[in-house]
Design a binder for this molecule. Structure first.
Ligand SMILES: *Cc1c(COP(=O)(O)O)cnc(C)c1O
Length: 340
């Protein structure tokens, strides 16, 4: 069976680099949404707890329930209806409109739209949001925003930062006026954290750096992180093909000499994005993916029993014209995980 190996040493290396940047492990919220970017929600959560991380960020209530016991605080980014509740949970409020559907007595983090225009309340709606939430006895434990271009060389990052600085001042005034405690403030994802030299917020929401990647790391001189995941596949069948014979759907690979070809138990059905005649991909050991990737198999020019398909997804991300996030996140949650 195909499997994912999770390298604990590399994960801990990344956590060390990240907590050095935030100033302490208390200020790291590990982002575990989407099955921990395909790495396995429970596996990564368990190791994060062992490292000493106390905060996590997920997308849904279902994800939060799986890791409820492992963290003190869990921010839930995109859950519209809350049907069950734990003291660890902080529900993101993504619009003024969302307030009316929230149950009473929960804890929330207000998302503020500082320029990404995806979701969040507008800065001038903050007082109304605070009033609406307080009326329902909802505790505002956090106020946060998200950067649209933290990983790109542009000034967007700085103007959004200055908008959020103003938001923080406004929130403090509102809290004084309404006699409410000052909430936690957070705005940094991985790239924003590493672009900030004197990190002074309450915590950072760190996703992709946890898993060993940072886009444009070269441009920004980011520190070296180590990929946590490697993907392995097992041999199903081997044959010797003659010069001129073709392999797989469409016969798009034709042998230019007699050669050995094996199929392995991994395909796009497992979330390994489909490579075809327009791509070329070589595994870390130098084996070539021959022809098109099928739903459940791919073919390589080897007969090794077990092959490492990747141990760093940057090459594949380039080949597919996408980002590292998409390569790992699309992997099927059914692929077995092993911690090494
Ligand atoms: C996914 C996400 C993050 C993590 O971003 P990375 O670039 O992976 O560090 C942080 N905050 C929010 C709101 C997110 O949706």
């Amino acid at each position: 069976m195909a499997k994912i190996l999770l390298n604990k040493e590399n994960l801990f290396h990344n956590f060390r680099v990240i907590s050095e940047q935030t100033g302490s492990v208390e200020k790291v919220a590990v982002v575990l949404k989407d099955n921990a970017y395909g790495h396995g929600l429970f596996e990564i959560a368990t190791m994060a707890k062992e490292f000493g991380i106390k905060k996590a960020v997920v997308k849904s209530l279902d994800e939060a329930l799986i890791i409820e016991k492992l963290f003190d605080d869990i921010v839930i980014l995109a859950q519209k209806d809350i049907h069950t509740y734990s003291h660890a949970f902080h529900i993101a409020v993504n619009s003024l409109d969302a307030i009316k559907n929230l149950p009473e007595n929960i804890k929330v983090h207000i998302k503020v739209d500082t320029g990404m225009h995806r979701n969040g309340v507008m800065p001038d709606e903050l007082e109304e949001a605070f009033l609406g939430l307080s009326k329902k006895n909802i505790r505002i434990t956090g106020v946060f925003t998200h950067h649209r271009s933290a990983d790109e060389l542009s000034t967007d990052f700085y103007w959004q930062k200055s908008v959020f600085t103003r938001v923080k001042e406004d929130v403090k005034k509102i809290c004084e006026k309404l006699l409410l405690p000052i909430p936690a403030f957070h705005s940094c994802n991985s790239a924003a954290l590493f672009r900030t030299s004197n990190f002074d917020e309450d915590f950072a929401r760190v996703g992709i750096a946890t898993y060993g990647y940072l886009d444009n790391a070269g441009i920004f001189k980011f520190p070296k992180l180590k990929p946590v995941m490697s993907l392995w596949a097992n041999r199903l069948a081997t044959r010797e093909i003659k010069k001129g014979q073709s392999v797989g759907y469409g016969g798009t690979f034709t042998a230019d000499k007699d050669m050995t070809v094996s199929t392995y138990d991994l395909g796009y059905g497992d979330g390994f994005l489909r490579l075809n005649e327009r791509n070329s991909y070589t595994t870390p050991k130098g084996y070539k993916v021959l022809g098109r990737v099928s739903m459940d198999n791919l073919s390589l020019n080897t007969k090794d029993e077990e092959v490492c398909i990747f141990d760093d997804v940057e090459v594949l991300a380039k080949e597919h014209d996408t980002i590292t996030y998409e390569i790992t996140t699309t992997l099927s949650p059914f692929i077995k995980k092993e911690v090494v």
